[in-house]
Design a protein around this ligand. Structure first.
Ligand SMILES: Cc1cc2nc3c(=O)[nH]c(=O)nc-3n(C[C@H](O)[C@H](O)[C@H](O)COP(=O)(O)OP(=O)(O)OC[C@H]3O[C@@H](n4cnc5c(N)ncnc54)[C@H](O)[C@@H]3O)c2cc1C
Length: 344
């Protein structure tokens, strides 16, 4: 097992932020993982670093970088069961599923990171979520010291959340999916995507066409990692879309005043609002920059490192945005990325 000392975590995160890791172990098997965990140090599990804000002080413990690889495809009558190990790059996995004519993750094309992180926040985009197709999650339980399995119900998937998020008890080892077989996608449930493909909402489209269109839409928003695109130096959306109950929604409507249409969508647990809309109306336009951090010119929800920034600057900027939105609209924005390490 490869163990390094003092690796700068800014080199491992898509934001390019984060101080040194005391030790970093790259694990390629369950045996290496248990060996690494056996040292009893504080542990940070690292996937592709695309949903992480690591403090400038770094991580005073062990970082376990997930590098277990392998995909197994088992064909059955009319469906397929596919297992992928945690260290598989997510978008390569999606591309392969499309090549295999498997249906269910095509709208999740172009999302960075590794397979093992996808259940953490129930990764989703353009009307699909990984919980639509996950049938099993295998994980190492650090309390019990054994490998355990989660059925979908036990994963408690919801919008950008699951039983795993915010806790460090389970290290996800493997994710199993059930896919339908076919040439065409699942019904397109997202208006912008349906329009871009040229089908009605609810219709299907060829898998490869859906992938191409999703990636093109994402690229326009700086949502595909690209060293040539400064607007993609982010952790994706920095805030989740808030879900309000009826009273909070009525309070917001009275603050905004009559005649203003608040973008909204029905969601489990209430009404989902657009965090981007709230941020822009609170006075933070796309491209708004403060020192070395700012809002992406292409996407109001993505905070970007404009070069040489610190985590402190980024988090202070995020706090200013959420305090301003709260003062103006009474709505609390929650950060989507996981914030780790001692913040100065
Ligand atoms: C440009 C861009 C676009 C994005 N677009 C989207 C999008 O459309 N939809 C979306 O949902 N997300 C999106 N994201 C966020 C991010 O890509 C996803 O959340 C992704 O699943 C994170 O994977 P990762 O491997 O990089 O995880 P990391 O950032 O490395 O880790 C994230 C969290 O998961 C934990 N973790 C990672 N792997 C494991 C494991 N095997 N076991 C236990 N814990 C683990 C980490 O400790 C950390 O708490 C985007 C990010 C970027 C930069």
């Amino acid at each position: 097992m490869l163990i390094e000392e003092g690796v700068l975590l800014s080199s491992k995160t898509t934001l390019g932020l984060g101080g040194p890791a005391k030790r970093l172990a790259r694990v390629t098997s369950v045996r290496e993982l248990t060996e690494a965990l056996g040292t009893g140090e504080r542990v940070l599990v690292l996937g592709g670093g695309s949903n992480l804000v690591v403090s400038d002080a770094g991580w005073d413990g062990l970082v376990v970088e997930m590098a277990m690889r392998g995909v197994t495809v088992r064909r059955h009558e009319g469906f397929c069961l596919v297992s992928a190990f945690a260290g598989e790059p997510w978008d390569d996995f999606v591309a392969r599923m499309i090549d295999e004519r498997l249906v269910g993750v095509e709208c999740l094309s172009g999302i960075p990171g590794l397979v093992g992180a996808t259940p953490m926040q129930n990764v989703g985009a353009y009307g699909q979520e990984v919980s639509d197709t996950i049938v099993l999650v295998r994980a190492y339980d650090r309390e019990k010291g054994e490998v355990v399995e989660f059925q979908p119900r036990e994963c408690a998937f919801s919008y950008r959340s699951s039983v795993f998020r915010g806790k460090d008890r389970h290290v996800i080892l493997e994710v199993r999916f059930r896919f339908a077989c076919g040439e065409d996608s699942a019904p397109i449930g997202y208006a912008e995507l349906a329009r871009a493909i040229g089908v009605a909402e609810g219709e299907r489209a060829p898998l490869a066409r859906v992938r191409e269109t999703v990636i093109a839409l994402r690229r326009r928003k700086g949502m595909v990692l690209d060293p040539g695109d400064a607007e993609s130096k982010s952790a994706g959306s920095f805030f989740t879309n808030p879900i309000l109950g009826p009273e909070a929604l009525a309070a917001l409507e009275s603050k905004v005043g009559p005649g203003v249409a608040i973008p909204r969508f029905a969601a489990p647990g209430g009404t989902k609002l657009s965090a981007a809309w709230l941020i822009e109306r609170a006075g933070f336009a796309k491209g708004h920059t403060v020192g070395r951090v700012g809002i992406s010119k292409k996407h109001a929800l993505a905070l970007v490192n404009r070069g040489g920034a610190s985590s402190r600057e980024l988090l202070d900027f995020a706090a200013t945005i959420s305090e301003t939105v709260h003062a103006r609209f009474g709505v609390r924005l929650e950060a989507e990325p996981v914030i780790v390490g001692q913040q100065a």
